[in-house]
Design a protein around this ligand. Sequence first.
Ligand code: PMP
Length: 398
Amino acid sequence: MWKNIEAAPADAILGLTEAFKSDSNTNKVNLGVGVYKDENGTTPVLSCIKKAENMLLEEQITKGYLPISGNAEYGAAVQELLFGSGSEVITSNRASTIHSPGGTGGLRVGADLVKKFKPTATLWVSSPTWANHKGIFTAAGFEINDYPYYDSTTKGVNFDGMIGALNSVPEGDVVLLHVCCHNPTGADLNDDQWDDIIESAKANKWLPFLDFAYQGFGDSVEQDRRAVEKFASAGIDFLVASSFSKNLALYNERVGALTVVSPTEKEAKVAMSHIKKIIRVNYSNPPAHGGLSAKIVLTDSALKELWLDELAQMRDRIKKMRKALVNGLIERNVDQDFSYIIDQRGMFSFSGLSDDAVNDLKENKSIYIVKGGRINVAGLTSRNIHYVCDSIADTLNN
Ligand code: PMP
């Protein structure tokens, strides 16, 4: 069957990790892969999750299937996190939430759902965006277009370009928006810009699909969801794919959600009925362990407090390393201004390093950065920061 078929290319980011693993340089640093690392360079299980898992194992009396949409309390906890407790969207039952296998699963179920009812819609993504967005929606049968997002001169959002493009998106098309901690640029929208985007969605009747993979990695759980709350108040249809991979560090448990918000409870019920059909013929129902562990953390007040504390520690460490990188480069008299790295949010930074510099750092210094210059700031630690700054200075000054 495969004799005349060419092998598919390896995933660019995961391929970089393979190269990193086989590098024997003891100073090697991986700034490519998108997982949080602590000061020791590891991706630990959060204490709140360890405690929840112990409780879960104690209490669990069955491995029977979960409902197609997942555990109901998990869905309710997700909604509370997305919209805030007591939100009108929740009290009016206008949101339908399912536990998806990670944020990726939420995006794919949502993509299949939209494709089914808007078969000719095009998907619009930011330029640039997380590479898998295009893959997921292409696999679901979408044509993809992009809207301007990053301005490499100002190192911020090209909002005029963005809103201009969104105002000419045809009625019925779908627009994917990163709620916070934009991957790969780290450049986010402000409140006024979100207001303009919501106006554009209403006026031009395109469908917003929000990707919310980093809640709590920007400023706080509450601050980071402001755009979601704004969409909820607008009373329009929209979708949110959210993830606990990063903020609960549940990467390999595949814990995420798809939430479809509708103008009325009646429509939300119709949406849910179709989401369930899509899941049933795909993976049937979600895995239990990670979602139930997340549910315990989110519904137990002591564990939730512990989680918010652990989340703040991850966020603060990333911010600290942003400053250390920028200051380290200033101290080494690097001409290029990198100060914008401090203002970028979340785990990633569009560093501004050219592909030549990225290549030089990999070949000669064993520092692994994704082509295009995206750095995972969480890959920096107080142990490797001096080596990284020395190496970047060496590469740029020579
Ligand atoms: N969206 C974005 C922008 C992401 O960066 C990621 C993770 N890299 C995801 C969605 C999905 O993550 P997961 O499926 O691991 O929850």
